[in-house]
Design a protein. Structure first.
Length: 461
């Protein structure tokens, strides 16, 4: 009973949490396997941000229940946001779940599995489901283990890594379940984050993505501004000093955090990639207010312009919610207009999903699904055109690409540009982890294709 498969739903933070759980389990002697069919323990690391994400995980868990009928020793665990959100209530729908572990208790998973395994080996009948969704002081510091490349059978060396810098969020956006699932905003100590990035660099990692629910607020309670520079920008500066780290990204920020110091950082810190994910949510001032988002459409556009002034080649992505309660056609039109004006390279467009317990769930005038779907399509059409235009403009240019490993087919290689565009090309495995010049010769909406420019490796180390 030691083969574990972890299936992850949702955001990069969840992916990072799954990686950390996998690293801790390996250290305890468990084997992490790549497929569900060969595991003895299936852990679903879940997402609650929209109803559909919860339903997907519940469907999967219900489906897997038949495995338990055939093999009573099979272990099914639900981790993360949905576990936190629903707790023991999940057992009404999923009575066969063995483990329900919330977002502050990931580090306990190895102990819980050890206990289950010991009980089963001793022939003790399966007891009650283990449910632990409590709060834990300092839990923002427990996610720090990384999977070493040699831990993953046949996996290429790790080139990029997610680094958690903060947990939780206190912004109380009216639509959002995250304050419930992830708890209060709390930051990790800067020294610990820098030490983690150094260790990653020593292992060959070239690109780090600093992760949190509202990274631009990083350290606001723990560190002071120095010379007008926020703790978040101070952290970026320190990571920037690390030899071996060539690229720095972060997600997710809040528009409120884009003050002058952050815009200026893009001008003076070359490792900070010219790609910003800047959640807009809505282009209507009335809806922004109802969402409890403390900025206006005018201020939002000003931020985009200020960043483009520093880096004219900046790539932008965003999150938009269509069909927030009470959103009129005119208000959606304002979103469409701002969406077009910002000229995004990438966007995540969501139909508003009622999340019980959030302020928006109780608001009147919920929008019919057909209307949400129509608004969704309008924005998707604009995005498709923008993305096509951006990729077409890259034809014939040479882009710096960080080679990540084999692509899905295993025949070619994949990597990303500084602007976060995915590229596919022929390469030699020894180039994995290197920054290479790629001449772009073909482009689809979402992917660039090209040829390496021979003799011109940016980083031959
Ligand atoms: N309905 C739809 N989208 C949502 N998001 C958060 N909550 C909801 C909801 N209730 C979106 C926001 C956020 C992204 C991670 O998910 O756009 O930025």
């Amino acid at each position: 009973m030691n083969r574990v498969h972890i299936k992850t739903y949702g955001c990069q933070m969840n992916e990072r949490d799954s990686e950390a759980v996998a690293a801790m389990l390996r250290a305890r002697g468990y084997r992490i396997v790549g497929s569900e069919s060969e595991c003895d323990v299936l852990l679903l690391n879940t997402c609650s941000v929209r109803e559909a994400a919860e339903q997907k995980a519940i469907g999967k868990a219900a489906n897997i229940a038949h495995r338990k009928k055939k093999n009573p020793d099979f272990v099914l665990g639900i981790l993360g946001c949905m576990a936190q959100n629903r707790g023991a209530d999940l057992l009404d729908q999923l009575p066969d779940v063995d483990l329900i572990v919330g977002t502050q208790k990931f580090h306990q998973v190895p102990d819980f599995l050890d206990n289950l395994r010991a009980a089963r080996e001793a022939g003790v009948p399966i007891g009650e489901t283990i449910v632990d969704i409590g709060e834990e002081a300092g839990s923002q510091n427990t996610i720090k283990d990384h999977l070493a490349p040699e831990d993953c059978d046949g996996a290429p060396p790790q080139v990029n890594a997610f680094v958690s810098i903060q947990q939780g969020c206190n912004m109380d956006c009216a639509f959002c379940i995250v304050p419930k699932t992830r708890g209060d905003e709390r930051s990790r100590p800067m020294d610990d984050i820098v030490a983690e990035c150094r260790a990653l660099a020593a292992r060959g990692v070239k690109e780090v993505t600093l992760l949190g629910q509202i990274v631009t607020s990083y350290g606001r309670r723990d560190y002071t501004h120095t010379d007008g520079v926020s703790p978040f920008v101070q952290l970026i500066e320190r990571v920037h000093e690390i030899d071996g780290i060539e690229r720095i990204r972060f997600t997710s920020p809040h528009p409120r955090g884009f003050k002058e110091d952050l815009a200026a950082a893009y001008g003076r810190l070359p490792k900070l990639c010219e790609y910003v994910h800047l959640p807009m949510q809505s282009g209507s001032n009335r809806i922004l207010k109802a969402m409890n988002r403390p900025y206006s459409r005018e201020r939002y556009k000003e931020i985009v312009d200020s960043l483009r002034a520093v880096r004219p080649d900046m790539y932008f992505s965003t999150d938009i919610i269509v069909g927030f309660p009470g959103e009129t056609d005119e208000e959606f039109e304002q979103t469409r207009e701002l969406f077009e004006a910002c000229n995004y390279d990438m966007a995540y467009i969501f139909k508003y999903s009622i999340r019980s317990g959030t302020p928006a769930a109780g608001m009147g005038d919920q929008i019919p699904d057909e209307v949400k779907e129509h608004r969704n399509q309008v924005l998707l059409d604009i995005l498709r055109k923008n993305s096509e235009r951006r990729n077409a403009a890259l034809l014939g240019t040479v882009e710096e690409v960080l080679v990540e490993g084999p692509d899905k087919t295993g025949l070619r290689f994949t990597g990303r540009t500084r602007g976060n565009r995915v590229c596919i090309f022929d390469a030699n495995p020894r180039l994995i982890g290197q920054l290479v010049p790629l001449k772009i010769d073909r482009a689809s909406v979402s992917t660039l294709y090209g040829e390496l420019v021979l003799g011109g490796v940016f980083d031959a180390a």
